[in-house]
Design a protein around this ligand. Structure first.
Ligand SMILES: [Mn+2]
Length: 289
């Protein structure tokens, strides 16, 4: 628990009022559109992979009435192993706290990487409410269940295994492939393609993604909601699954994506800096649902 409080330390720093006025002036001068709600997850603050600078810029350009932090905001797993906390990560935390101070309702739904915060469900820190999950009602009356999504790992075989594998694995396997085949050649064995083997694995991985999406949507429906907003699998997506709207707001490690609700209730996946959202290839109507 001590570690949990330590990790929360940056969240609880005193306000930095001096930047407020200038930033507000900047926001209104630039005429940034205001959104009803912004959903972000999988920031993984505390890891070198976190795209904190892009995220800060995104937050500056997307003021909102509601802000949902949909889990894996601070990566407690990584911080426990090695402390990594550059200024930009602190700036993100300050920005979130400042947003709460300025009247935005900020709700933090912890994920598995910041599960330490689950001990504080029902409390609020600097105006940020910590919730096990949340329900957001859109301007057009749709009820969205907001959950990180890691609880569905149990229903998806090997998802935990997948969670630990990243880009590093790919590079590692390429090296391994060369090494293995050098050995095989020495032993007079024919070339064996590890990459072909992995292609099969990747196909299976895509099945996990689909299984995850279907499971989360089904649970939202079972709970009586029109849709769900989650994160966790770092794959931005918005589509109907069996009549339930499945939204995954992506991540700020690779894809720099967020889900936003316009003032009229329209939901949209955004990538920042703006560019085609590469991750959501399977959705024909990726832009707006
Ligand atoms: Mn997660």
């Amino acid at each position: 628990m001590r570690a949990a409080f330590d990790a929360l330390g940056p969240w609880m720093e005193p306000s930095m009022g001096h930047e407020d006025a200038s930033e507000d002036a900047h926001a209104s001068a630039a005429g940034h559109r205001r959104y009803r709600a912004v959903f972000i997850s999988d920031l993984h603050l505390g890891t070198p992979g976190c795209q904190a600078v892009a995220l800060l810029d995104f937050l500056k350009h997307h003021p909102s009435d509601h802000l949902y932090l949909v889990g894996d905001i601070v990566d407690g797993w990584q911080l426990r192993r090695k402390w990594f906390w550059p200024q930009a990560h602190n700036d993100v935390v300050q920005k979130l706290l400042r947003r709460a101070r300025k009247g935005c309702r900020v709700v933090f739904v912890p994920g598995n990487h910041d599960e330490f915060a689950r001990a504080f469900v029902g409390h609020s820190f600097g105006g940020i409410e910590v919730r096990a999950d949340a329900v957001h009602t859109t301007a057009d009356g749709r009820s969205l269940w907001v959950t990180h999504g890691d609880h569905f790992d149990g229903v998806i075989q090997c998802a935990k295994w997948l969670a630990y594998l990243g880009d590093n694995l790919y590079e590692f396997t390429l090296k391994l492939n060369r090494y293995l085949n050098t050995l095989r050649a020495r032993m007079g064995l024919p070339y064996w393609s590890l990459s072909a083997y992995l292609k099969g694995k990747v196909k299976k991985a895509l099945n996990y993604v689909t299984d995850f999406e279907v499971a989360v949507a089904a649970e939202a429906r079972r709970r009586g909601h029109d849709g769900v907003v989650c994160g966790h699998i770092h794959r931005a997506e918005m589509r109907e699954i069996g009549g339930t709207l499945y939204c995954n707001d992506g991540d700020w490690v690779e894809s720099h994506t967020a889900l936003v609700e316009h003032m009229d209730g329209r939901l949209e996946l955004l990538q920042w800096p703006a560019s085609p959202v590469v991750n959501i290839s399977r959705s024909e109507s990726a832009a707006v649902v």
